[in-house]
Write a protein that binds this ligand. Structure first.
Ligand code: NAP
Length: 315
């Protein structure tokens, strides 16, 4: 009888992350669903907890290969890749890693706003290419401090972004499903009304079916020609086709994007856009935060395997 209570699922795990999990619990590794299917019945039956990382869908068909699975511990706060309904009906708990990544994601959102407004990518190229040395000056760009911003989704990360932007003397507007307690920020009951009131629109929603294209073609149009869209949530939360058209036709001023549909093979039309700052989904990608996420994931696994309360359950 094998005794490997932990299954590590996902090619996205680094060697260091896998080593840490394997040092804590006897584990078996699988890159994908197909790797689990070829494990022995004995081995699959011994699995009680699953450590998950990545964006490949994880649904009931995979869960059914593991008859004694009681926990799926996600690495990341966004768990839209996991079918939580499928897990719940099978009595499987799901955990995520909230809060520990708020600072980094909020920092990147603000960083992209500044980079886009102050034309930092072109400025860097200007210096390196020697253009500056020949006496050519970078065209004047745009002041960000003091302008108006709309946050779509005032949850944990959205609020940390708003707090930072308040220090930039920005007028804060937001949309969420319900009005929140704020220091006087303006609530909008829909995204189109929010977009038409602001210069910068920052998306901090959860991903998944319920928020697909939540920032619609109409909302993008409402933002207008001075509008800048920043997305650190998921590519699915905005109408990406409408976004690309708006950037190509300059019907909005620009974008800062950390997330896309079909990552990492993003729509190649993005490559040609010089009014967008593009990042490879690295919102939480610092050494410190990735370690904190890994530790929280492991703490949830250890809690489940030792029969104590989960730290950050989502169902
Ligand atoms: P959160 O605290 O749960 O906040 C999510 C926000 O989404 C809330 O304001 C919530 O509105 C709103 N929302 C949820 N379901 C909705 C629905 N059906 N319709 C409309 N609005 C809905 O989540 P968080 O911790 O801030 O994280 C937000 C997301 O950021 C994650 O889910 C993840 O996808 C993304 N993320 C990205 C990175 C990156 O590397 N770029 C890193 C971490 C997280 P209410 O306030 O009305 O409930």
């Amino acid at each position: 009888m094998t005794d490997t209570p932990l299954l590590i699922l996902g090619a996205a795990f680094s060697d260091e992350e896998r080593d840490r999990l394997e040092a804590a619990h006897s584990a078996v590794y699988a890159a994908s669903h197909d790797d689990i299917a070829v494990l022995s019945e004995d081995s699959r039956a011994s699995v009680k907890a699953l450590a998950f990382k990545g964006h490949n869908p994880l649904g009931g068909a995979t869960m059914d290969l593991l008859p004694n699975l009681g926990l799926i511990a996600n690495y990341g706060v966004g768990y839209d890749a996991i079918n939580v309904e499928d897990a719940s009906v099978r009595g499987i708990k799901v955990t995520n890693t909230p809060d520990v990544l708020n600072d980094d994601v909020a920092d990147l959102a603000v960083g992209m706003m500044i980079a886009q407004s102050r034309n930092m990518v072109e400025g860097d190229a200007w210096v390196r290419s020697g253009k500056w040395a020949t006496g050519e000056n970078l065209p004047l760009n745009r002041k960000m401090s003091g302008s108006t911003v709309g946050i779509v989704g005032l949850g944990r990360i959205g609020r940390d972004i708003a707090d930072r932007l308040a220090a930039f003397k920005m007028d804060i507007h937001y949309h969420a499903r319900s009005e929140k307690e704020t220091p006087g920020w303006t609530f909008h009951s829909d995204v189109v009304s929010l977009a038409s009131a602001v210069d910068y629109l920052v998306i901090a929603l959860v991903g998944g079916k319920a928020t697909e294209k939540y920032v619609s073609r109409e909302a993008i149009a409402a933002l207008g020609p001075r509008g800048v869209i920043v997305n650190i949530s998921r590519g699915s939360t905005i109408d990406e086709e409408a976004l690309i058209e708006a950037l190509e036709n300059n019907t909005i001023a620009g974008a800062g994007l950390d997330v896309f549909n079909d990552e990492p093979k993003v729509d190649e039309r993005f490559y040609a856009l010089d009014n967008a700052v593009l990042q490879p989904h690295q919102g939480s990608g610092t050494v410190e935060t990735r370690r904190a996420m890994a530790e929280l994931q492991l703490a949830n696994i250890t809690a489940h395997l030792s029969g104590t309360d989960l730290l950050t359950p989502v169902n």
